[in-house]
Design a protein around this ligand. Structure first.
Ligand SMILES: [Zn+2]
Length: 380
């Protein structure tokens, strides 16, 4: 048996802060190669990525796993109980270090499960692992680069499981079958500058901007859909930088972000936002310009055989029926969804990005068992 907990600790000892792989992909490559996988580095623009396949290219049934070995910086290392790249295992069986939950444990669990599965019960099909070194960073040359390269090479996954932490508190209580989309808007309001004592000669951009933002904040975009909660909008900054108390400024700016569900697309949101801005511009004479930056579209892997199979395995192995959730931030599943059905199941997300990130070794081994069972069921 390959021990995912030991592999997790070994991976933590590689200080792979984005975009450094620091030996993490080299280690995985050698472990997977020894397990019979064909491995290939698919680096792009200095970003390290690893592709690994067991079985024939183009096999009709190809199970995919996706994950990342890059981690966020540890912050002040003096604040850590054990050094962040020590991979220290304490007497209670806790593995310490940056990436313990997000997500070297997830990668170790699916790599270990895949290696043991193909050696014990070689399946009629193939298993592909796509492991990136750029999920925590800009994510431009990570999973996207792997998927681009795979399309070029005629490599494809029939389904894919992303091993990101998916449970809020208890192992087995939640899996993700979709994610909300994200778009950030930069707003510029340009009016007419002047003396505060002569209001008929100014057009105050701050008044128009506040009116516009208040309209956004006080009118929810929707009340949610079958598989998604309500879309949310948050204003993140309002700026003007005007030091004078007797001058109405010419320009004020703001930024807001929308996390939207499957009732919207970036285009439908933009049409709505532009219309609201135009109405207030017409009313106030202040030109409100909106510049959207789309981070992700929303997606849903509709409940069906693949979702049911993963849910049933999680239930059988953990005793909990996982909620089919679409909550949380974005993940690389947003790229995979363009290629094949994708779901996410991993560990409990506690301690992600925190000082003293750590994970119980037993939980890593439990995740390894879940992944093993999923492979057995998929190829049964
Ligand atoms: Zn992650």
């Amino acid at each position: 048996m390959t021990d995912a907990a030991k592999l997790t600790a070994d991976l933590i000892r590689c200080p792979s802060v984005t975009p450094q792989e620091a030996g993490a992909l080299t280690l995985l490559s050698s472990v997977l190669t020894a397990g019979g996988f064909e491995c290939q580095r698919v680096d792009r623009n200095g970003t390290p990525n690893l592709f690994a396949r067991w079985g024939a290219k183009g096999a009709a049934r190809t199970f995919g796993f996706n994950g990342h070995v890059d981690v966020v910086p540890p912050g002040d290392t003096a604040s850590w109980t054990h050094p962040p790249f020590s991979g220290h295992v304490d007497d209670d069986g806790m593995i310490w270090g940056r990436g313990a939950t997000d997500m070297k444990s997830g990668v170790a669990a699916f790599a270990a499960a895949a290696i043991d599965f193909v050696s014990q019960t070689p399946p009629d099909g193939a298993i592909i692992l796509t492991i990136t070194g750029d999920e925590e960073g800009p994510a431009r040359d990570g999973t996207v680069a792997l998927l681009d390269w795979m399309a070029q090479e005629g490599e494809a996954m029939s389904v894919c499981l992303v091993g990101e932490p998916s449970n809020p508190e208890n192992f087995g209580e939640m899996m993700k079958i979709g994610r909300r989309g994200s778009v950030t808007y930069r707003v510029s309001a340009r009016g007419v500058q002047g003396h505060v004592a002569y209001p008929h000669r100014v057009r105050n951009p701050l008044h128009a901007l506040c009116w516009f933002l208040d309209g956004l904040a006080s009118n929810p975009l929707d009340e949610g859909s079958e598989h998604f909660g309500a879309s949310s909008l948050q204003v993140t900054t309002i700026d003007c930088d005007n030091p004078a108390s007797n001058v109405v400024p010419e320009v004020a700016t703001a930024t807001f972000n929308i996390r939207f569900n499957d009732l919207h697309t970036p285009d439908s949101i933009d049409a709505d936002m532009q219309q609201r801005a135009a109405a207030i511009s017409a009313e106030t004479g202040v030109a409100i310009l909106l510049t959207p930056d789309v981070g992700a579209e929303s997606f849903l892997t509709a409940p069906g055989p693949f979702v049911d199979m993963v849910r049933n395995v999680v239930e059988a192995e953990t005793g909990l029926t996982p909620e089919l959730s679409t909550s949380g931030g974005t993940s690389d599943a947003r790229f995979v969804k363009d290629h094949c059905p994708v779901v996410e199941f991993g560990l409990v997300g506690r301690f992600m990005h925190e000082v003293d990130e750590r994970v119980p070794a037993d939980e890593v081994r439990a995740l390894q068992r879940v992944y093993s069972k999923i492979l057995q069921e998929y190829f049964a």
